[in-house]
Design a protein around this ligand. Sequence first.
Ligand SMILES: [Fe+2]
Length: 399
Amino acid sequence: MWYFFSPNIVYGEDALDFLEKIPGNKCFIVTDEGLVKLGYLDILTEKLTKFGKEFKVFSEVESDPHEETVLKAREHCIFYKPDIIIGFGGGSPMDTAKAVRALYEFQNMVVDDLHPFNDELFKLGQKTKMVAIPTTSGTGAETTWAVVINRFEDNYWRKLEQAHKAFAPDIAIVDPIFTVGMPPKLTAGTGFDAVAHSIEGLFSVWRNDFSDAMSYKALELIFEYLPKAYKNPNDMEARDKMHQAATMAGLAFGNSQANLGHSMGHALGAVFHTHHGIAVGLFLPYIMQYCINDPDENDKTVAILAKNAKLLNFTKWDTNDKEAANILVKKVKELQKLVDFPQSLNKLNIPKEDFDKNLDHLVSLCFQSSSSVMSPRSAGGEAFRKLYTYAYEGKDIDF
Ligand SMILES: [Fe+2]
């Protein structure tokens, strides 16, 4: 038995109009202050008003949401008693909304109860419908059952990767209206989160035929439309396709899991507060090379990456697999260059001495990440240390 979890997905221009058809009347909107200031929240609330629905807004979600913020939002939610919860924004508001929904429906639970082995959570949905509306094209949080919450513990920030299959939203509304005009840097950062989801999902140990299909199609769209969206932020076709691609990539990794790039990226984000998409996109070529170089050739990573390089028309069908897999790495690096993406940690304003000082801690955080065990090639302390060091200097992985 295996599984493929997905929300109902409404996509394309005017997808927001589907709100009218969702049963329920009281909407608790979880979002961030930036979307309020930019006027995007007004687009959503005007629709809700038009469709005769009430709403209350919690807009205090920070980037990399803190546990305290989740608990504060829950208090507001309990007071308001909604029947629809809307996560509106990037990954942080959508993840916060998923956690708030669970903690609202199960008021006896705390954040540590939000884990995959808590069977009671399968009863989720008796009080609310969960709607996710992404405003960037990258996180895939509108589809996934993972929730990333930040906790300050022992003088360090740690990313709790809480997850339960019941957390997947009921409905994802993937309307490109919110991404038109997105600044190029954010377009590239979030876009590379979607690239990382697609590719890590392809060779994760939980990969499956359904997730493979989503990864391949997402990559085809991203390689074509990310540079277009980057160059022309108002290109509606590129925005629409990137929005769909990010959702497909979310379905891919949500059902197959990310691996080493996300464990290294989450650790980097926890220590240096690097944008999530920048972090995981930067590590992607390095961890691909590390898995391609696997001396045991575990789990067919080379064959998988080679096949996708060929499906994407990056090389001929008779190219040998090792070469074809490395061509996919090369294409990822070329895509990075097309959108002015940082390719080594020394380009991120992380001073070498800060990096060296925190290297042990970064490695220890990787061991706490569930994504680490999803890699077809395992990584011990020495491997993580070398991966970070090579990524700092921009060196190809030769081990
Ligand atoms: Fe991600």
